[in-house]
Design a protein around this ligand. Structure first.
Ligand code: SF4
Ligand code: SF4
Length: 317
C-alpha cells in the first residue's frame, strides 16, 4: 500500500509543498557560473557566528585532495564554468590548497578564495605571491573582517583575531593581490554607515579597496535562525518582485566530502552543507536539477535577507 504524505506538514518538511499546502518555490540552475570547493571544515579559530560551525575540531567535511578537486575542475570546464571558489573552514588549513588554486588557474578559471587571512594563509606567503604573479588579475582573496573595529570583530571571532587578520589583509594589498573584504550587518547600523566607517579604516591603513563597491566590500545580512520565517512559494517571486535567478543556487554548486564518505558529493549551495535534502549527486553533471527552497536559510538569507550570494559567495570565513 502506498502512503501519501499529505498536509498538514511542519514548515520546511515536504520537498514540494509548504506547511499550508502551497507549491514550494524552486530555483532552476540557469548556468553553472561558479563551482565552490569546500576544502574542509577545519579552521584555526572558532567564531560564534560561523554558519558552518567550523573550528579546530570540526571535520564533518574533511579535507578534499588536490586529485579529487582536479576531477571537478574537468567537469566544471565541460559545464562552461568561469569561476572556482574555495571556501571552508579556512581553506589554507588544507595542505593542498595552494595546489588546488594553481590547478584552477592553470585550467583558465578565475579563482576566489575566502580566507580569514591569518596564520594559515600567511605561511604560504611567498608561494602565494608567486602564483599571483604568474596569473595576474585571475586570483581574488576575500578577507573576512566582521566589523571595522577590533572590539566588535573579536566579539564574534575571539581574542587576538583582529590584528592578525588586518595584518594579513594589509600584506595582500601590498603584494598586489586583488582583494575584497566581507563583513556582517549585525550591529543595527545602516549599510551606508558601515561603508563610510570601513572607508575610514581602509584609508588609515592605505588599503586600496573601494568601500562603496558591493563587490569589494561585501556586506552580508545576519544568518540567524531565531525568528520565525515564512516558506517561499512559487507565488512569492512576483509578490516580492524578485527573480529566482538572483539566488546563489541559480548559478553555482558546492563540492564537499563528508567525514567517512568514499567520494565527494555536490550540494546546492555554500549555505547548507550538511542537509542531505540539498545533496545533488556525485558529479556536476548530475547536479543540475532545480533546487526546492526547503530551508530557513533560503527564506532568511537569500530571498528575504537580500543577500546577493553570487558571484562572490556567501561566507565570511
Ligand atoms: S540557501 Fe539560498 S542558495 Fe542555498 S538553496 Fe536556499 S535559496 Fe538556494
Ligand atoms: S567564520 Fe570563518 S574564520 Fe570563523 S570559524 Fe567559520 S570558517 Fe573559521
Amino acid at each position: 500500500m502506498t502512503i501519501i504524505n499529505h498536509p498538514p506538514f511542519g514548515k520546511f518538511e515536504h520537498p514540494t509543498l509548504t506547511a499550508n499546502g502551497e507549491v514550494r518555490a524552486k530555483v532552476p540552475l540557469r548556468r553553472l557560473e561558479t563551482v565552490w570547493i569546500n576544502t574542509g571544515t577545519l579552521c584555526n579559530i572558532t567564531c560564534d557566528n560561523c554558519y558552518i560551525q567550523s573550528g579546530p575540531h570540526n571535520d564533518r567535511l574533511v579535507h578534499l585532495t588536490r586529485a579529487e578537486v582536479r576531477t571537478f575542475l574537468e567537469q566544471a570546464a565541460e559545464c562552461g564554468t568561469q569561476e572556482i571558489g574555495l571556501t571552508g573552514g579556512e581553506p589554507f588549513m588544507n595542505p593542498e590548497c595552494l595546489g588546488m588554486i594553481e590547478d584552477a588557474l592553470e585550467a583558465g578559471f578565475r579563482v576566489l578564495v575566502l580566507t580569514n587571512a591569518m596564520r594559515p594563509m600567511q605561511r604560504f606567503g611567498a608561494a602565494l605571491t608567486a602564483l599571483n604573479r604568474r596569473y595576474p588579475g585571475r586570483l581574488t582573496l576575500r578577507v573576512s573582517l566582521d566589523h571595522y573595529q577590533a572590539e566588535e570583530h573579536e566579539r564574534f571571532r575571539g581574542q587576538r583575531t583582529w590584528q592578525p587578520a588586518l595584518d594579513g589583509l594589509i600584506w595582500l594589498v601590498r603584494e598586489g593581490f586583488t582583494v575584497a573584504v566581507a563583513a556582517r550587518m549585525v550591529w543595527g547600523l545602516s549599510e551606508s554607515v558601515m561603508r563610510i566607517c570601513f572607508r575610514e579604516l581602509f584609508a588609515i591603513h592605505d588599503i586600496a579597496i573601494d568601500a562603496q563597491d558591493p563587490a569589494q566590500l561585501v556586506l552580508f545580512p545576519e544568518m540567524t535562525n531565531d525568528r520565525e520565517v515564512p516558506e517561499i512559494t512559487e507565488k512569492c517571486w512576483d509578490l516580492l518582485g524578485k527573480s529566482p535567478d538572483s539566488v546563489m543556487c541559480a548559478s553555482s554548486r558546492m563540492v564537499v566530502k563528508r567525514k567517512g564518505a568514499q567520494y565527494p558529493v555536490v550540494v546546492a549551495c555554500t549555505l547548507i552543507p550538511y542537509d542531505p535534502a540539498f545533496e545533488l549527486g556525485d558529479s556536476l553533471a548530475t547536479a543540475s536539477q532545480p533546487v526546492a527552497l526547503k530551508h530557513h536559510h533560503c527564506t532568511n538569507f537569500c530571498v528575504l535577507g537580500g543577500a546577493c550570494c553570487n558571484p562572490h559567495g556567501s561566507k565570511t570565513p
